[in-house]
Design a protein around this ligand. Structure first.
Ligand code: HEC
Ligand code: HEC
Length: 232
């Protein structure tokens, strides 16, 4: 087992640093250490230690209220249980609740822009966001399947090892080796619609989606082919 608080404290220091306004060069430097940091964080939380970055929110989600909201409003596009709808609409089931809540807050505040979701998030109260996020997070995620045999090798290679020549870090370092993500910050990617993932990587690359400094920096260095391979 890991000897604990020293590591958790330094992890916190790094995460604090990441939230501070830092230059793209700093970010790339920090990202090189991410796989290590993420591994430590995962081991720390597995061994029952509090993950330093996890907010200690007291309010408990109301799952029945979350389900009611999801059924009335969100189901039209995200399916009643957050599973497969149209490929442009992200799968929400099994996503980390903190990530879902952050996205809804970002849509609401305009930090993340999308004509449809801005309108959907606007009327949600803090409690609505907490409840509906917990509802979708409580559903079990399903695996996806690669469809493009030619590109799957390239996608897997970048996912696991990054692209050293371009300073692109391994996606696995933050999104976990099997794509399940690492709560609370790093979303699940496994099983997500390839089309949605491709749109997001392209939006990060173009700076259209700019609610995550690391992802903007990483996507900036990906070609169309690399994005398609990763999404698949
Ligand atoms: C009319 C269709 C529609 C409805 C209704 C809708 N959404 Fe969405 N939602 C979308 C689309 C499209 C996106 C992808 C936006 C983008 O490309 O940035 C999205 C994205 C999201 C995301 C971001 C997921 C991620 O992986 O980053 C969350 C969270 C979300 N919706 C939650 C909700 C909730 C909760 C409701 C109900 C209150 C809702 N949506 C209703 C279409 C819809
Ligand atoms: C330094 C850590 C880090 C690395 C490395 C990283 N990501 Fe991310 N990624 C994040 C964070 C944090 C978010 C959530 C952004 C937010 O809060 O909106 C994210 C979000 C995403 C999303 C959006 C998910 C959704 O549901 O909308 C995609 C897609 C994604 N990353 C793909 C990748 C790919 C592909 C790679 C490798 C080329 C990669 N990431 C490497 C930290 C990272």
């Amino acid at each position: 087992m890991l000897d604990s608080w020293g590591i958790v404290e330094s992890l916190e220091a790094v995460l604090t640093l990441l939230n501070a306004p830092i230059t793209p060069t700093d970010q790339i430097m920090l990202m090189r250490f991410y796989p290590l940091i993420a591994a430590v964080a995962m081991t720390a939380s597995l061994s029952g230690l509090a993950y330093a970055a996890e907010p200690t929110k007291a309010a408990k989600p109301d799952l029945a209220a979350g389900e009611a909201k999801a059924t009335q409003v969100c189901a039209a596009c995200h399916a009643a249980d957050g599973s497969r709808g149209l490929t442009a609409n992200p799968i929400l089931q099994g996503q980390h609740p903190q990530y879902l809540a952050k996205q809804l807050e970002d849509f609401k505040s305009g930090k993340r822009k999308n004509a449809v979701m801005t309108g959907m998030a606007a009327p949600l109260s803090e409690a609505d966001i907490r409840n509906v996020s917990a509802f979708y997070a409580g559903k079990k995620a399903k695996d996806g399947f690669a469809t493009n045999k030619d590109l799957v090798g390239l996608g897997e290679k970048i996912y696991r090892g990054g692209i050293a020549a371009k300073g692109v870090p391994a996606c696995a370092g933050c999104h976990s080796p099997n794509g399940a993500g690492i709560p609370a910050q790093y979303p699940r990617l496994g099983g997500q619609h390839a089309e949605y993932t491709k749109t997001q990587l392209t939006a990060f690359r173009q700076g259209e989606r700019h609610n995550s400094a690391p992802m903007v920096t990483i996507a900036a260095n990906l070609s169309d082919k690399e994005i398609t391979a990763l999404a698949d």
